[in-house]
Design a protein around this ligand. Sequence first.
Ligand SMILES: CC(C)(COP(=O)(O)OP(=O)(O)OC[C@H]1O[C@@H](n2cnc3c(N)ncnc32)[C@H](O)[C@@H]1OP(=O)(O)O)[C@@H](O)C(=O)NCCC(=O)NCCS
Length: 207
Amino acid sequence: MEQNNLIIRKPTPEDDLEKIAELLYNTDPYIYPYWFESVEKCRKELAPLLLEDKFFFSLKNLYISIEPTDNEIVGVVCILDKNCDLSYDYSELKKKNERYAFTIENYIEGLIKEVKEADFAYISNVCVDANYRGRHIGKTMLDYVIDIYKKKLYDHIVLDVLAENPGAIKLYQNLGFEQFTEIFKGFNDPKKKRPDVFSMESKIKNR
Ligand SMILES: CC(C)(COP(=O)(O)OP(=O)(O)OC[C@H]1O[C@@H](n2cnc3c(N)ncnc32)[C@H](O)[C@@H]1OP(=O)(O)O)[C@@H](O)C(=O)NCCC(=O)NCCS
């Protein structure tokens, strides 16, 4: 679909998968720098995994936005629900190194379990390219994805946000999300202090 000239759609294998991996890396300053060590490694290592159908970040679970004047991928959203097939076998990836093992066991597998048991859709990642922020791309992309889930008859959408990310919190509040949990400790490098996180939900049925 096209909205304000922005194209929003599911990605395909022909898209720039390394750019999508880079945007996913930039969604959280704690999880991905620990998991992949650097954005360059993330581009190389995460991009091929996006092609795996049952992987957490399978292309099937993503939406991207493209700025048509530059033909650039400028945003990504990852959204999961209990109907997503998330049964990828992570055993080989866990052997890759301790960062992969720790992140998959303490972050990815926990989220998969939560989503598979949930009655809500869960937005795990949102990112807009730093050069394109402040142009309502994040809002337009999320509006689009929320409408899809409303049509799928989901009552509410949930996400977790870093308490130190006022820009994202404002964006979510503008879209009707409200905090519904206490602050809890999020994921980080096990040797470092864990960040403050809370969950927000939007009751999309009434949108
Ligand atoms: C958060 C993020 C996705 C916002 O994307 P964006 O396209 O720049 O946001 P939009 O232009 O759609 O903003 C929509 C509204 O959200 C609010 N908002 C967004 N970014 C904001 C910021 N940095 N500071 C204050 N308010 C902000 C504003 O109310 C804005 O509406 P307005 O411009 O009419 O006031 C983007 O900054 C980003 O990718 N950040 C890094 C990754 C990240 O933090 N992801 C969220 C993880 S939970």
